[in-house]
Design a protein around this ligand. Structure first.
Ligand code: ATP
Length: 590
């Protein structure tokens, strides 16, 4: 089986998490009033804030800190874009329908979940049909046999029409990347025609998944954060030194192909040196991704990079690794890192009217030999009539491609399948020296492609905790302060005008300091603490009678994870909490 057997406690965590997510406003299936629709989720107030914080953290690291540009392109694009990108022809999954209940399933998933095949997606359809029959695989929904059912391809793009009528078909983009590639001719201008440069985009992508499942892990509308990094493959090298010491858990293809083998613990530098990661640019981005995932709260004991098996990799991709997080005992893909070579830009160059190349200026101008022709038209005209220009074109192409063809007395040209011989002296063939400043090249693309929704799920799952406080069971989310939807909850101990007035002032001060604050005055204080624990608020501040009666105005500050409480002066509360949020101060050190 491709995935580890799910551990029971982990599955329970998922069930409890999905329930908590709905109850506390993280996420829930959308359009519930109309029965809900598979594969579409709404992020509630907590979820939208968490997702926004994760996106901001991604933007800080992959756009701002790397000096890359961010764009925001439309989500609907015209058909020619997807003809060029190959999505129209090949963005398919394998579909098998149950003969009993009619439910549709991903045939490759049915095979992978129930046999030793790890990469069923790369098998030809007839073979998948054979495996289904041979293993007597059954419908995951109703257990009816699937043997004998046809497996078909199903294109995952959502189609629409642009404007009235159907003459102008369009598609919801299945990845944000194409929005970057098609704008390359303009983006390169903004980068002053200098490689390397990177362009990021955070936005929605749409895939009509055959069987959306596991809440927000596989949906039909989701958010991607993608970076397309354009390089000159001959000139540009990554700053590998800066990530060489990053520790990583790797699951290389060769280990996956060896029985009983497992992940290896190494560093980015060692992995490149040993040839485990074949592409230095991919290695560089793995090196910055690993600490970033850790910073947003992914548990590093449940995180690895897995190399694509050769059949899994796109035909154009030179090396490809996925970031994977462990959920319910199964590894799920969180992001893909690929060297896409010049595939995307070459395709758009071929299909569109624009140029998807960049001018590579040489350090020094180069002198090159160029073979040219200058045919004698007074000879070609009478000899070839209306075809004379075609002969000229043929001679020019031949001179560029194979100058040895002009070595003899005569040269041969093909004209509508017929070979014609003409004297070389009539072609005006010559080889001249020319000085050139550079050449047009098609940049290669390195693509780190992150899924935001799966990451949000993983962060919540890895943060889910249960413990006992004062003899009572408690659930809390151990979220990193950087991504927690709310940083601090402020409560007046009781319903009392004086307490509420001080609490209001504290809320205003903390918000002025840029902290995200929630005010809660309903229910007893224990209930309020539990509520904030459950949504992962790192700190709570309680205004009590000591606050208003003592000379020095102090409040109780409680830390979520330890439930430790300290009395701190209100005067510099904003500064203290801001320092903690920024990682400059530990609560335990106060
Ligand atoms: P999978 O094999 O799981 O379908 P993929 O290899 O097709 O994923 P990519 O095309 O590499 O995914 O997309 C990049 C990222 O977008 C994935 O790593 C994942 O985090 C996210 N993603 C892809 N499809 C979905 C989906 N249906 N729902 C949620 N996130 C998705």
């Amino acid at each position: 089986m491709s995935e580890d057997a799910a551990s029971e406690t982990d599955v329970q965590t998922s069930e409890k998490l999905v329930e908590l997510a709905k109850r506390r406003g993280y996420f829930f299936q959308s359009s519930g009033a109309y029965g809900g629709v598979g594969g579409f989720y709404t992020f509630g107030p907590q979820g939208a804030a968490l997702k926004g914080n994760v996106e901001d953290a991604w933007r800080d690291r992959f756009a701002v800190a790397e000096g890359n540009m961010e764009i925001d392109a439309p989500t609907i694009m015209p058909e020619p874009v997807f003809e060029a990108s190959g999505h129209l022809d090949t963005f398919d999954d394998m579909l098998v329908d149950c003969p009993e209940c009619g439910e549709s399933h991903r045939a490759d998933h049915v095979v992978e979940d129930n046999t030793e095949y790890e990469d069923a997606e790369s098998l030809p359809i007839p073979e998948v049909e054979e495996v289904i029959a041979e293993y007597e695989l059954i419908c995951p929904s109703c257990s009816a046999g699937l043997a004998g059912q046809a497996v078909e391809t199903f294109n995952l793009m959502f189609a629409t029409n642009i404007g009235p009528g159907d003459s102008d078909p369009g598609y919801m983009r299945p990845e944000t990347a194409q929005g970057i590639f098609v704008e390359f001719p303009r983006l390169k201008e903004y980068a002053r025609n200098q490689l390397p440069f990177g362009v990021t985009q955070i936005g929605r992508a749409y895939r009509n998944e055959i069987s959306p499942r596991r809440s927000i892990i596989r949906t039909r509308e989701f958010t991607q954060a993608e970076l397309e990094y354009f390089i000159d493959p001959e000139e540009d090298d990554p700053d590998l030194e800066s990530v060489a010491d990053v520790d990583v858990t790797l699951y290389p293809a060769r280990e996956q192909n060896t029985e009983g083998s497992s992940e290896i613990e190494t560093t980015i530098g060692e992995a490149v040196e040993a040839g485990i990661i074949g592409d230095e640019w991919v290695a560089y981005f793995l090196g910055i991704a690993k600490p970033w995932y850790e910073s947003v709260g992914v548990d590093m004991d449940r995180f690895r990079f897995r190399q694509h098996l050769s059949g899994e990799r796109s035909h154009y991709a030179a090396d490809c690794w996925d970031a994977e997080g462990k959920i319910d005992g199964n590894w799920i893909e969180l992001a893909g890192f690929a060297n896409r070579t010049d595939y995307d830009l070459s395709k758009h160059d071929e299909y569109s009217d624009d140029r998807f190349t960049i001018f590579r200026q040489y350090d020094e101008p180069k002198t090159v030999e160029r073979a040219t022709v200058d045919p004698d038209m007074s000879y070609l005209g009478p000899e070839f009539g209306g075809d004379a220009q075609t002969v000229v074109d043929e001679l020019e192409t031949l001179a560029e491609r194979d100058r040895s063809a002009f070595d003899g007395e005569t040269v041969e040209v093909e004209l509508e399948g017929e070979t014609h011989e003409l004297p070389v002296e009539k072609t005006g063939f010559s080889v001249d020296e020319e000085t050139i400043a550079g050449e047009h090249i098609t940049p290669h693309v390195i693509e780190p492609s992150f899924g935001v929704d799966r990451l949000v799920y993983t962060v919540l799952h890895h943060a889910y905790r249960e413990d006992e406080v004062a003899g009572e069971e408690r659930t809390y989310l151990d979220l990193e302060p950087e991504v927690a939807p709310t940083f601090v909850g402020v409560f007046p101990l009781q319903s009392d005008e004086d307490l509420e007035a001080v609490a209001d002032e504290i809320v205003a001060d903390l918000r002025d300091a840029g902290l995200s604050v929630t005010y809660d005055d309903s229910g007893n204080i224990g209930r309020r603490y539990r509520r904030q624990d459950e949504v992962g608020t790192p700190f709570c501040v309680t205004v009590d009678y000591e606050t208003i009666e003592e000379e020095e105005t102090t409040v109780t500050v409680r830390e979520r994870d330890t439930t430790d409480q300290k009395r701190l002066p209100v005067e510099d509360l904003d500064e203290t909490l801001a320092e903690i949020r920024d990682g400059d101060l530990e609560f335990s050190d106060i």
